[in-house]
Design a protein around this ligand. Structure first.
Ligand code: ATP
Ligand code: LTN
Length: 340
């Protein structure tokens, strides 16, 4: 081989996941799924349906099972392609739970106590502040580090979890050298934080009890229109980004993310127009963006055999990759393998 021949560059590895903890929202789509799709061409991507994470809040079994199917189908419906990306279900790859235990033992009580998601969810579910909710970030770190991921596309709400993942990886690399790739967050510029339509100071969340606060990817067009028409705004009646205008800022962000327009272009388009017109336009743009997803979903959800086969094959591929990291970690920590 001539010396000039450059070594083939390994594509960067991406890992990301979504919990099947309810109907996926417009926030999940704009903050995460849309980017997952775009990243498939350029990167080596692995995407997971994170069922183990979802039981950190109580799930009703029959409903939970349905949500897992729905989430699996929606990932395909938004355009993830099993020929290009590895699609997996977290609990089908036991290495996630195994590495999570090990990482638990290298994660400090103090650092877990600082996680804002833990604080938020403990407040929301004071009757069930379980140990899994507390150690959630160590399981998430395991998801990412198992695959030696370079990049993790997530919404802005997950940045803190990425930071703790890096801290754990760095700590273990210092102790045992060369265990893990240090992952970087990839947070999209548009749609990074879609806010609740009823309380625009809080993120749009599928576990919000008020259904008018969030738009589900499978909502009917008339429901989407109604939710946008009722969205909380302010009394200034001027479509522009500004302080104290969280509701309008959010609608401008949503409209921009689905149409590909910048905030400036959106402001110019609606200059001199009232909030009523603007809300209708945002609703219509969202309806159109979600229409093809809904149609594809309706087709897929009726073919469970196909869905299972896609995720079974993906999980088998993922398990082979995960096994390499797990056995390296076990060996470096001093565990004895039954093989020799
Ligand atoms: P829950 O609301 O039940 O806590 P969630 O929707 O926040 O769940 P996931 O389903 O795990 O949590 O989120 C999947 C992805 O969607 C993550 O990358 C997360 O950052 C992103 N995401 C969730 N909500 C929003 C939002 N409102 N805006 C932007 N991105 C979001
Ligand atoms: N915690 C994430 C979901 C999640 C995840 C992951 C994202 C679980 N494991 C690994 C990226 C990589 C959330 O709630 N959005």
């Amino acid at each position: 081989m001539s010396e000039q021949t450059p070594a083939p560059q390994r594509k960067k590895r991406i890992y990301s996941g979504i919990q099947p903890s309810g109907m996926l929202t417009l926030g999940n789509y704009l903050g995460a799924l849309k980017n997952w799709k775009n990243m498939q061409e350029e990167y080596d991507c692995i995407y997971g349906v994170m069922d183990l994470h979802a039981i950190t809040v109580r799930q009703e079994p029959a409903k939970f099972r349905q949500q897992i199917y729905t989430t699996c189908a929606l990932l395909l419906a938004v355009g993830l392609d099993p020929q290009k990306s590895v699609l997996m279900v977290q609990s089908w790859v036991p290495a996630h739970a195994e590495l999570a235990w090990i990482l638990d033992c290298y994660t400090q009580f103090g650092e877990l106590s600082r996680m804002t998601q833990f604080k938020d969810k403990s407040q929301k579910h004071p009757e069930n502040i379980n140990a899994g909710l507390f150690t959630y970030p160590a399981l998430m770190a395991a998801d990412i580090l198992l695959y030696q991921a370079d990049l993790v596309p997530v919404g802005a709400d997950q940045k803190q979890h990425l930071e703790i993942t890096r801290d754990i990886a760095l700590r273990m690399n210092n102790l045992y050298s060369g265990l893990f790739t240090l992952p970087e967050p990839y947070i999209p510029p548009a749609g990074a934080r879609v806010m609740s339509l009823q309380d625009p100071t809080r993120k749009m969340s599928k576990s919000d009890e008020n259904p008018n606060a969030w738009v589900a990817l499978l909502d009917k067009p008339e429901d989407i229109m109604r939710k946008f028409k009722r969205a909380v705004t302010d009394s200034e009646a001027k479509v522009c980004v500004g302080e104290g205008k969280e509701g309008i800022n959010n609608l401008i962000g949503i409209y921009g993310a689905v149409t590909g327009k910048t905030a400036g272009q959106v402001e110019a388009e609606f200059e001199g127009k009232g909030y009523g017109d603007f809300k209708t336009a945002v609703g219509e743009a969202v309806v159109e963006a979600l229409r093809p997803i809904r149609e594809e979903y309706d087709r897929l959800i009726n073919d469970k055999g196909y869905l299972l086969s896609v995720y079974r094959e993906g999980s088998e591929r993922a398990a082979r990759l995960a096994a390499r990291t797990l056995s390296k970690v076990q060996r470096k920590l001093g565990f004895v393998s039954p093989e020799k």
